[in-house]
Design a protein around this ligand. Structure first.
Ligand code: ATP
Length: 358
């Protein structure tokens, strides 16, 4: 685990100046830092100071986040969909700071609810798959990690607009400082699994439920809880609507962008997955590996459909078909030449044998 010099971080953030503050969360403030020596941009999380017991709680959550993130980055296999952990630092008071990669393109929450241009349907499918991959990585990790706070505000975008799962303050694993038994149910209203009522009810399906809510949000661009609407909960609104016969899918989809006919099937499948994830019965929810596999197949089908729908991609497709045919023809020619060659060498061999007989 890399240890950053605290004074370097002070310089990098101009003394943790408010102008470098990206935002405040439940247990910490995140600052943008520029390491002048390396010309590297970082994000630094510092626990929030409050009255004594709150400060203690906040720094415990940050320590837990550091512990989980460092354990996830200890392995040879890292996920491109988990925020990159870069290291830690210590303030004089010995409070720890978390140093991670800087995500310059905001959160999925901002993209869906505040951006001027809403994301396209293929981009939404891609994001859904990337988040599923992140959660799959956590659930299939050894030791297993349960995030407990999957929500659109915790999905951040890197410089290439790839989605990464962040904020591990509530995450639980055997390496975390919080233990399953001791920790009370926690999460964010609107995303929290209704079955998670006692510490012992925590399971990977708790995350699957929250993932389902995020999927509904991706499809509809409606907030998880919107008190100006009735019902205010996205789950209570979308699931019965999706199960009603003859309700056009357009009624659930983001009304700001039209749904092209070639995407309809994919989005309907996405909606079905979301409905299974938010099932009130835990046993009816799929595991995240299954979800990721299904998402992957939707992405593939959708890519083929994009190729079919776009004239530019058609040209690419035809070009690659011509290339494939040409390669096959060349291979055949080559094979024939080889066969001829082997015939010649067979003949030569025969002649040599005949000559030797004489
Ligand atoms: N690595 C990062 N790069 C850029 N911005 C980040 C990074 N990590 C967090 N942020 C931003 O900093 C702010 C605070 O993030 P933080 O994870 O502490 O809390 P939160 O997710 O907003 O809230 P909560 O902790 O209550 O769930 C958010 O606006 C978040 O988008």
């Amino acid at each position: 685990m890399a240890e950053f010099d605290y004074q370097d971080l002070v310089k990098a953030t101009e003394g943790f100046s408010p102008s470098r503050l990206i935002g405040k969360g439940s247990h910490g403030s995140v600052y943008k830092g520029i390491l002048l020596k390396e010309n590297k941009v970082l994000a630094i999380k510092k626990s929030t100071i409050g009255i004594d017991h709150v400060s203690n709680d906040n720094s415990k959550k940050l320590e837990n986040e550091i512990c989980i993130l460092s354990s996830l980055h200890d392995h040879h296999h890292q996920s491109p969909y988990i925020i990159n952990f870069l290291g830690t630092s210590h303030e004089y008071s010995s409070r720890k700071l978390l140093v991670m990669e800087f995500m310059p393109n905001g959160s999925l929450h901002e993209m869906l609810h505040a951006a001027k241009t809403p994301p396209s349907w293929p981009k939404r499918v891609e994001i859904a798959l990337q988040i599923a991959r992140a959660v799959q990585f956590l659930h299939e990790n050894n030791p297993l990690v349960i995030h407990r706070d999957i929500k659109s505000a915790n999905v951040l975008f890197d410089e290439n607009w790839n989605a990464k799962l962040a904020d591990y303050g509530l995450a639980m694993s055997r390496v975390g400082s919080l233990s399953h038994q001791a920790s009370q149910p926690a999460g964010t209203i609107g995303y929290m699994d209704p079955c998670y009522t006692t510490p012992s009810k925590l399971s990977t399906k708790t995350d699957v439920f929250s993932y389902g809510v995020v999927l509904l949000e991706i499809i509809s661009s409606r907030k998880a809880i919107d008190v100006s609407k009735s019902p205010s909960s996205i789950v209570e609104w979308a699931v019965p609507l999706s199960q009603k016969h003859r309700v056009p899918i357009g009624e659930i989809c983001d009304p700001r962008i039209g749904l092209p006919p070639y995407m309809e099937g994919t989005i309907r499948n996405l909606l079905n997955v979301a409905a299974r994830c938010v099932s009130s019965k835990e046993e009816n929810r799929p595991c995240i590996g299954e979800v990721a596999m299904e998402m992957n197949s939707f992405c593939l089908v959708e890519r083929v459909k994009v190729v079919v729908a776009s004239p530019c991609s058609w040209t690419c497709l035809v070009r690659s078909l011509i290339l494939m045919r040409r390669q096959r023809r060349l291979a055949k020619k080559c094979k024939r030449k080889c066969e001829d060659y082997s015939e010649i060498s067979k003949g030569k061999l025969l002649l040599r044998e005949m000559l030797a007989d004489r």
